[in-house]
Ligand binder design. Structure first.
Ligand code: IPD
Ligand code: CA
Length: 274
């Protein structure tokens, strides 16, 4: 992947994109919250456990409309519908509800996630955890914020005292392999969390609620906004073996001093073979 253009050569202001992402994510989160109490239909997608609801689709429509009203020539990739190139160099990468299983069961977190990418890399993004209206936003070089307060990573613990989160895909074989990998490393960290929304895992790194995160098989929309929010708070967000994250390859995120030990642990236990 080519390097990002220098800040002056970016096709749009990252902070303005972040503002638009946040306004849009807040509007979508408000709608999703209301629609949840009114009831919703459920269908399945890639496997019998991969759900999509009417509200995922309505959120997708709302977000597309709001983004294109403001920036009609941008590209759009959304989980439930769009894959359209634009002409500006900015591509919005959107998960209208990340954590759909949590949404269905009424189990936080579930979140709207909107990233703005240039050359495949996020330069701005916003995530709103819907049930608590918990708002995260970041732009490249501009820092990462939660409900208006700047986020910065604390010093990390040793790996053996680190709280690590991960997730599982919807394909049964992949899921078994992911669980087996987790079984091989769980005794070498403090404990493990499975939050159920990858975007929120990355916000949780930024906010210090977990120390490290890894997951195989994410999609671009699970990652885009969370990647910049975690990175702007001081985290390293990389492919398992280093370099730019490349979904569906394994993503790893942690404080710069913890990412090496976490990477070594995962590689020692075969994470690169999943
Ligand atoms: C899923 C969630 C989950 C992760 C899965 C994703 P979805 O997204 O982010 O935490 O483990 O890999 O597919 O289906 O709820 O949008
Ligand atoms: Ca989703």
């Amino acid at each position: 992947m080519p390097p990002l253009p220098s800040p002056n050569d970016l096709p749009a202001s990252p902070s303005e994109l972040a503002d638009l992402a946040l306004r849009t994510a807040v509007a979508a989160a408000d709608m999703v919250r209301e629609r949840r109490s009114a009831g919703f239909g459920i269908a399945t997608k890639s496997t019998a456990t991969d759900m999509v609801t009417d509200v995922d689709k309505a959120s997708d429509v709302l977000i597309r409309g709001l983004l294109l009203d403001s920036r009609p020539d941008d590209g759009l990739v959304t989980e439930e519908d769009a894959d359209q190139p634009g002409t500006t160099g900015v591509v919005w990468v959107v998960d209208p509800i990340d954590g759909t299983t949590n949404f269905v069961y009424g189990h936080p977190p579930y979140a709207v996630s909107i990233g703005a990418c240039v050359g495949g890399r996020p330069i701005a993004g916003a995530i709103v955890e819907i049930s608590a209206d918990d708002r995260y936003v970041a732009s490249i070089g501009g820092g990462s914020y939660r409900n208006g307060s700047r986020l910065r990573l604390n010093e990390p613990p040793e790996l053996s005292r680190a709280l690590i989160s991960t997730g599982f895909g919807y394909d049964p074989d992949r899921r078994r392999d992911q669980a087996a990998l987790l079984g091989r490393i769980i005794d070498q960290v403090r404990d493990v969390r499975r939050l159920g929304a990858a975007a929120f895992d990355l916000c949780s790194i930024a906010a210090g609620r977990i120390d490290g995160y890894y997951e195989h098989g994410l999609n671009d929309w699970d990652l885009a906004a969370g990647q910049i929010i975690a990175a702007e708070a001081g985290a390293v967000v990389e492919h398992l073996t280093g370099g730019v994250p490349a979904p569906p390859g394994c993503i790893i995120a942690a404080h710069p001093d913890l990412v090496g030990p976490l990477r070594d642990l995962l590689l020692t236990h075969g994470a690169d073979e999943l």
